[in-house]
Write a protein that binds this ligand. Structure first.
Ligand code: GLY
Ligand code: MN
Ligand code: MN
Length: 533
């Protein structure tokens, strides 16, 4: 990294922020984002305003920040990838002194010196031209009346901003905008999203259902300490008559601010992917499948987990993917039992089973593909038995990815197959509770690896993972021959009116197909690097 003396002196100005291009030339079209904003507007209540901040820049250490990643709701609605920006959407066109509009985007200014260090900024004019917004202002204008126009709105929709902290000096403009927003909306200082949700529940409570609402809040108290500590909520739960509960309801502060509806609206919008999104997801997944294929050819005894991770990630870069959807998981043997193992620091994978869960990010969309392979090139008897059980469960799960299936059914069916199979193998007793499959089977996939979406019945255009697994750590209460076996198989499935489409089918998945691919020589075989002490 270049770091001149001058930059050291001007460290505060020239923070090394991992800034990337403002928008994707070959990603979603400006029209996509415009249509999605209109779709959101149609879900918003009358005379409401939605305020959507992008993410803060996160500090890595000293004057180096992590590569900036926009907030995915903000990106979905704008296509803009620069920090320190906020989108304001009005449910209807509002008239201001010098313009009328139903949306405004606030962005950081052009700055030749900052751009020399950290990359080009679009600025107000660039955003208008490239992203198709008509009303674009500098972020310092945010909150100046009448532009924000909050007070004239009946509802102010936003997200939980309680946790946004100034982690890097590069965030100053964002923090300033959030501060203005909080002041204008009297944003509760220490109120969490779940506490506000409970308040909203109580606001809607009638005498007849107050006991049920108290029960619901009581359940939340067990999981969320902030709900337990809140005096109004705990009084409500403790109250022993509807009359007392209705009296406590009067203590809930009135608020125009609503931070629970917008996340639900975004879930609804982002759950079903458009054709443009599906094309980008397909590319991310196909690239990730090539990574799995090349590693199947190249993996051998003596390689490190990190080296294998590097082969996957090199392939992503070779195709021009901008990054990873999540930290890569490459775990050999017992390491595979750690579900989100990201250290990847075993220096020799030896003859172990290797679990590889990785996803390229292509124009904002991420894949999430897992393959488990035997480094020896051949599954042994126990590995094969576990692998084929996971495969059987996954096949049943994939077959259920049809319009109308209930999300929970996929989990139930895969779990039942695994439970029965583990009992057949003598790893558990029939009906015994166990912890060998400790995670869910499916989640939505999109701009986030665990994407927004509802968990009711599947709709056409949904993309979800199906990823059963069995993990038997060393020391488990079963025959030692099973210890250290960890298998997850994860594919990315598009739900269509003609049934499931496996977007990651290029990556071999059966025992035979994997073993066959592992017999193919890799071009990396002859790539010798000099020894370094
Ligand atoms: N890689 C995270 C997951 O599979 O959900
Ligand atoms: Mn995964
Ligand atoms: Mn997953």
């Amino acid at each position: 990294m270049i770091r001149s003396l001058l930059s050291a002196v001007l460290a505060l100005i020239f923070v090394v922020s991992g800034f990337s291009q403002s928008y994707f030339e070959d990603g979603l079209s400006a029209n996509f984002h415009k249509e999605r904003r209109q779709a959101l507007r149609e879900l918003m209540p009358k005379n409401s305003i939605a305020v959507i901040f992008t993410n803060p820049t996160k500090n890595r250490s000293n004057d180096v920040d992590f590569i900036f990643h926009p907030n995915t709701d903000f990106f979905y609605l704008t296509g803009f990838r620069e920090p320190n920006s906020v989108l304001v959407i009005f449910s209807e066109v509002r008239n201001f002194d010098s313009f009328s509009s139903n949306e405004i985007l606030y962005v950081q200014p052009r700055d030749p010196r900052a751009e020399q260090w950290n990359g080009k900024r679009l600025g107000v004019d660039g955003v208008k031209e490239k992203l198709g917004f008509e009303q674009v202002f500098l972020n310092e204008e945010f909150g100046k009346t009448p532009v924000l126009n909050i007070q004239e709105s009946e509802k102010i929709l936003s997200f939980n901003l309680g946790k946004t902290q100034e982690e890097s000096s590069a965030n100053a403009p964002l923090i300033s905008m959030i501060g203005k927003f909080k002041t204008e909306t009297q944003y509760p200082k220490e109120l969490s999203e779940v506490t506000m949700e409970m308040y909203e529940l109580i606001r809607a409570t009638e005498v007849g259902n107050s006991a049920n609402v108290a029960q619901v809040i009581g359940r939340y108290q067990r999981t969320y300490p902030e709900v337990e500590k809140d005096p109004i909520l705990s009084d409500f739960v403790k109250a022993d008559s509807p009359e007392k509960r209705m009296a406590i309801k009067q203590n809930i502060p009135d608020s125009k601010l609503d931070i629970t509806s917008l996340p639900k609206m975004m879930d609804q919008l982002r759950e079903v992917k458009t054709a443009e999104e599906i094309a980008l997801l397909k590319k991310a997944v196909k690239i990730s499948a090539v990574g799995q294929i090349e590693v199947m050819k190249a993996a051998k005894v003596g390689m490190s987990e990190r080296e294998i991770q590097g082969i996957h990630e090199f392939i992503y870069k070779r195709y021009g993917a901008e990054g990873l959807g999540y930290p890569s998981i490459v775990g050999a043997g017992n390491n595979g039992c750690i579900l989100h193992y990201i250290e990847n620091d075993l220096t020799n994978v030896d003859q172990r089973l290797l679990l590889m869960d990785l996803g390229a990010e292509w124009r904002g969309y991420t894949a999430d593909v897992t393959r488990t392979i035997p480094i020896s090139g051949k599954f042994n008897e126990e590995e094969k038995a576990i692998y084929e059980l996971v495969y059987k469960a996954q096949e049943a799960g994939i077959a259920l990815c049809k319009v109308g299936t209930d999300f929970s059914e996929i989990g139930q069916v895969t779990r039942q197959i695994i439970n029965e199979g583990l009992a057949d193998l003598g790893i558990i007793k029939r009906g015994e509770r166990h912890n060998y499959f400790p995670h869910g089977t499916s989640h939505h996939l999109g701009l986030d690896v665990h994407d927004r979406g509802g968990y009711g019945s599947l709709k056409e255009g949904v993309v979800l993972t199906v990823e059963p697994g069995i993990y038997i750590p060393e020391g488990s209460n079963c025959d030692e021959k099973w210890w250290g076996i960890a298998v997850r198989i994860e594919d990315d499935i598009l739900v269509t009116s003609n049934g499931p489409v496996n977007l990651s089918e290029d990556a071999p998945r059966t025992v035979e197909a994997i073993e066959q691919m592992m017999r193919i020589p890799s071009i990396l075989q002859n790539w010798a690097l000099p020894e370094i002490d």
